[in-house]
Every structure is written in structure tokens, then in C-alpha cells.
Design a protein. Structure first.
Length: 200
């Protein structure tokens, strides 16, 4: 899902950096010192999971875990994912330097949506509540990331329309896998250590 250097037009990737910087400036104030170990662990999880990828033209298909990172870190998820992307770009040339901003928007913004979706479970009391809303959070994270990816490619040029459609289809299995993973982990954590889940 990472977009490489040389793909996006300058206005798109510059806009990505501007948007990412704005979000970081707002969310960094909300990170408490005692939450830093949790942020570090989730950054590592994202770093490793999204490093294993299948190339797909100007992008790639891989696990994102934005839903899982979101339900555990809440608003701090964006910074966690941004740090992971910076490390991947500089250490392994995974993604691109110019596209770190747009990649952060693509994978970090859905994490916040996932956090909000997961917290909707508090309005319901049926069985398997955590699994269902965890699964919805995981799936929505991938769905929104794929949508942003497609928009970034199409905005750059109409010649990327085919690639955008192909990328969207290729991420359908990832959406299902992440829904299951996030649902099971959310359900498990709620039973054994509910304080880990943000906004419990």
C-alpha cells in the first residue's frame, strides 16, 4: 500500500506532508509519557507487518494493522504509523521519502476512524460485541486506506485509474484478514487486559 517516490505529482505529495504535519502537531500534545511504551510496541508491530509486501505497480499489498493500532492507541496512532513509515523509508527504502506524508495520511487517518468505530460498541450490549466492532474497525481501516490510495493515484493522473482499481480489488483479502485479526485481538484484550484498549 506504500506509494513509492516518483509516482505522485508534487502538489499531491507536498499536500500530504502539510496535512500530516498538521495532524502530528495536534495529536502529539495528547500523548502521555506513560503511554510511550504502548506507542513503541504498536509502532514495531506496524513496522514489521507492513514490511512484508507483494509489489503491485507503483504500490504494494500488505497488512496495514491501522485498525488494530487505532483501537489501542487512539489519536496517538497517527504518530505511531508516521514513525514506522519514516523508519521503513530510510532503513529499507520501503515506500518513498517524498511520499512519507501521503503514506501517513493513507494509513494513519484510517486508524483514527477505526478507533471511533470501535468505541461505538459502548452503545450496544450484545454478545461478541468486542469482536464485531473490532472486526469493523480492522476492515474500515483497510477500506479507507485503499480509498485514499486510489484518490492519490487518480489525482496525480488519469493513467493511474486502472492501477487504482486493481489496487482496490487486491486489498479485499487484506480487509477480510485484518477484520478477523483485529476482532480476535480486541475480544482477547477485553477479557484479559481491557485497560490496553483506548477509550474502553
Amino acid at each position: 500500500m506504500h506509494i513509492s517516490d516518483g509516482i505522485l505529482s508534487a502538489p499531491v505529495w507536498i499536500g500530504g506532508y502539510a496535512a500530516a504535519a498538521t495532524i502530528i502537531a495536534v495529536t502529539i500534545k495528547k500523548i502521555k509519557v506513560d503511554n510511550m511504551p504502548k506507542v513503541a510496541v504498536m509502532t514495531s508491530a506496524f513496522f514489521v507487518a507492513s514490511l512484508i509486501r507483494v509489489p503491485l505497480g507503483p504500490t504494494s499489498v500488505h497488512l496495514v494493522l491501522s485498525g488494530l493500532v487505532g483501537i489501542i492507541l487512539g489519536p496517538a496512532a497517527f504518530i505511531s504509523i508516521f514513525v514506522g513509515l519514516v523508519l521503513q523509508a530510510f532503513l529499507f527504502q520501503h515506500g518513498g521519502i517524498t511520499t512519507i506524508g501521503i503514506n501517513a495520511i493513507m494509513m494513519g487517518t484510517p486508524a483514527f476512524l477505526a478507533y471511533k468505530i470501535f468505541n461505538l460498541r459502548k452503545n450496544f450490549s450484545f454478545e461478541a460485541n468486542e469482536f464485531i466492532f473490532g472486526a469493523l474497525a480492522g476492515a474500515s481501516g483497510v477500506f479507507l486506506a485503499t480509498l485514499i490510495l486510489a484518490l492519490a493515484l487518480i489525482t496525480t493522473g488519469s493513467e493511474f485509474m486502472g492501477v487504482a482499481k486493481y489496487a482496490a480489488l487486491a486489498h479485499l483479502p487484506v480487509m477480510i484478514i485484518e477484520a478477523i485479526i483485529t476482532g480476535f485481538i480486541a475480544s482477547f484484550l477485553m477479557k484479559v487486559k481491557p485497560e490496553i484498549l483506548k477509550g474502553r
